[in-house]
Ligand binder design. Sequence first.
Ligand code: NAD
Length: 460
Amino acid sequence: MAFDGERASSMVEELRGSFSTGKTRGYEWRAKQLKAIERMINEKEEDIVEALRSDLSKPHFESFLHEVSMAKSSCQFALKNLKQWMKPEKVSSSLSTYPSSASIVPEPFGVVLIISAWNYPFLLSLDPVIGAIAAGNTVVLKPSEISPATASLFTRILPDYVDTSCVRIVEGAVPETTALLEQRWDKIFYTGNGKVGRIVMAAAAKHLTPVVLELGGKSPVVVDSDIDLKVSTRRIVVGKWGSNNGQACIAPDYIITTKSFAAKLVDALKSTLEEFYGKDPLETEDLSRIVNSNHFTRLTNLLDDDKVSGKIVYGGNLDEKRLKIAPTLLLDVPENSRIMREEIFGPLLPIITVDKIEDSFALINSRTKPLAAYLFTKKKNLQKMFVETVSCGGMLINDTTLHLANPYLPFGGVGESGTGSYHGKFSFDAFSHKKSVLSRGFGGEVSARYPPYTPWKQNL
Ligand code: NAD
């Protein structure tokens, strides 16, 4: 039976019914679900890794490090801190409310929808679910149809662990997601591209539903010439190709360096790439494949653009049958080429050059705000200028992608790269309404506030 608007509506109604019993509000229910999810990750690790191999040929090590272990840490972190997060936060009272006590009480929104993307299909689905449950919501997860093995794994395993009267999974593509988006949700959390982000936001607007949009963009890496070249290139290469072969929202999208340093940087990148992936990277098992033929064609079209012909300085090899593209470096591509206008989301890395490294910051700010920005330099004043002037979701100095692994930092975009954030306590906050509570006794009457507004009161 097709999943249509009617089924979506009755699912939401059932979840609303479960929410209204109040069972998701208590600590016990939330902790029980989180413990069960942690157990699921432990018991099903092999199936998870296998699904990721099927969807993306994701290397075992990356599946473990970036998906299994991150999801587990997220669960453990929530369990460790949940009691504290759930506590009302006492705040000061003002003179105008004296005597009173004031607090901020986090309460669950109710029924939330999570729509996730294909590139980290396990983590990007489960991590927001962990946040939604920690905050005491009922939840529907819609994994990406582009990673079908992981999506169907969720359908198979999650119901054995969690309370299915409160947590549901809907597999499907545009029609199913459209049916879901027609419903009234209390919060929608979407991960994916900005075009669909706009569809999600428009659907949410009909019901005044708040949204978190975890989107993407072109994340730049600024490379100064005073760096430790070996360490820097290793960190750039692992952040780009060691992140799902560039199919990651915060993978370096392009490099900006100075004209005088570019050749040296290209040489160092080439030798690191060769050290990591060998002379024929199409044969290594340490790189994910491109997810499907649509994305393969999208990426090869970026290379077919006349504006970048002759600009490849390393790689460029393709294997269409196995959906493989070798790590590819391009030097001095024009800014109006497609590869510099669109998010790449794959193993191609263009390098553009400026006269002075400081010029990079204005260049980044002249474009839409990226999800991440990276700077490699030893100069403290340049680091300070970077932090103070470059606008982006999050930034990292002298490394790439690692900021995502710190649960004390909010993860999210700004402008075109998204709105809202999550991870650690920020996930709990993303799925909680912060309710203001002011409480008074019956003493402390101030007659001046009551009518009639006699002249002496007006002269106060
Ligand atoms: P995708 O194709 O899996 O789409 C994401 C979700 O949107 C899927 O669940 C899909 O079913 C749904 N969808 C697609 N078309 C739809 C439509 N017309 N109406 C309703 N729903 C629809 O993933 P994608 O968009 O290719 O993902 C890649 C993008 O996501 C990149 O831009 C990347 O930077 C971004 N991303 C961001 C993060 C983050 O955390 N900020 C993480 C991963 C990916």
